[in-house]
Every structure is written in C-alpha cells, then in structure tokens.
Design a protein around this ligand. Structure first.
Ligand SMILES: CC(C)(COP(=O)(O)OP(=O)(O)OC[C@H]1O[C@@H](n2cnc3c(N)ncnc32)[C@H](O)[C@@H]1OP(=O)(O)O)[C@@H](O)C(=O)NCCC(=O)NCCS
Length: 172
C-alpha cells in the first residue's frame, strides 16, 4: 500500500541513493546527471528544516521509502509553488505510483496550502513524466529550446502548470 509521510532526517541516505541514480538524475536538476553525496544531502536537509516555503514528503510502499515528492517556492502572496517528484527505486516506476503521489500533492497544494497554481519543469524527452502530468490536467505553458546540455546533446525544456479551478476556493 502506498503511503505518503513527512520527509524526515532518516531519509537522507535514500536521497543520496535516489538522486545519485542515473535513471533518475538524467531527468532532474539544474545540470542533468549531477552527482550528490551524504554531506550535500545533510546540508540540504538542515536548510530544508529552516525553510518555511518548502514542503517535502516521502513516498513509501508500506514502510519502505521509494520516492520523494514536494513543493518548493510556496508563495502565499502569488498562491503558487513548484512541484518536484522522483520515484527513486527502479522497481517501482511505471506502476501507477507516480500518479497516486501526484494526485495527493495536488490536493495538498490546492486544499492545505490554498494554492491557485502549481508549476513544474520537465525535459521534453521525459515522455512518461509528461504523459503523467497531462493526464492529471497539467498544461504546457512554455517551451525553452536547447535549454539543457547533457552528454553532448541539447534538450528542450517545458514549463507546465495546473490551476485550481474550484470556484469556492477563495471564499474560505
Ligand atoms: C516520472 C515519474 C515520477 C512517474 O512516476 P511513475 O510511477 O513511474 O509513473 P506512473 O506509473 O504513475 O505512470 C504515469 C503515466 O506514464 C506512463 N508511463 C509509465 N512509464 C512509461 C514509459 N516508460 N514510457 C511511456 N509511458 C510510461 C503510464 O502509462 C502512465 O500513464 P497512464 O496513467 O495513462 O497509464 C517516475 O517515472 C520517475 O521518478 N522518473 C525519474 C525521475 C523523473 O523523471 N522525475 C520527474 C522530473 S520532472
């Protein structure tokens, strides 16, 4: 059973494993394929604990951590945020778990955080991710040509967003 809980200090070694996994990091980060280590992730976590506009969660198969999902740059004034997701364990991708976790974080963003809009960025070659985002109602807002350079090739980058269309949302 898929469970989503707070992202905790004990998850730091999983961050190192997942963010260092080439099946994952070929699609994420400012520079694709970037490596990480325990020290960098401990630093990330200690900054995370001090940051109010970031909310991260660990995706678990029962008690086994398998991925990470979260919102960054949560803006109370603009009512928007940036979404990030990885299914870090290779055996768990392509099984519908990303979709479950995405639905959960969208509800969290729109209901708990009272957001109007959730943004994300994705490499145009990340076919399964884009398919997933579109199936949930994300639209493409922009396309940056040759934005990312990785292993001798340029990649296009898409800005996608989903809007909270609940008409009653601003009445509360
Ligand atoms: C992108 C990611 C989060 C999606 O999570 P997931 O659990 O693998 O995705 P799901 O199983 O929920 O599938 C989502 C959709 O993509 C489709 N899909 C899954 N794997 C696919 C593949 N290899 N090729 C084409 N489509 C695929 C599924 O059919 C599903 O569509 P459907 O709902 O119409 O059936 C996950 O694959 C991942 O972490 N990838 C590496 C890191 C990454 O790319 N993160 C996102 C950065 S923007």
């Amino acid at each position: 059973m898929i469970k989503i809980r707070q992202h905790l200090e004990k998850d730091i070694p999983y961050r190192v494993k997942w963010l260092g996994n080439s099946n994952v990091n070929k699609f994420i980060g400012d520079e694709l394929g970037q490596k990480t280590n325990l020290q960098k992730e401990k630093m990330w976590f200690s900054n995370y604990k001090k940051t109010k506009n970031k909310k991260f969660f660990t995706i678990c198969d029962n008690s086994k951590p398998i991925g990470l999902i979260g919102l960054s740059n949560i803006s109370k004034s603009n009512k928007n945020a940036d979404l990030f997701i990885i299914i870090g364990e290779d055996d768990y991708r392509g099984k519908g778990i990303g979709k479950i976790a995405m639905k959960w974080i969208i509800d969290y963003g729109f209901i708990k955080q009272k957001l109007h809009k959730i943004n994300l960025g994705v490499i145009k070659d990340n076919i399964s991710a884009i398919k997933l985002y579109k199936s949930l109602g994300f639209i493409i807002e922009g396309e940056m040509k040759d934005e990312i350079f990785y292993k001798g090739k340029f990649y296009d980058f898409l800005s996608m967003a989903i809007f909270n269309r609940n008409k009653n949302k601003d009445k509360k």
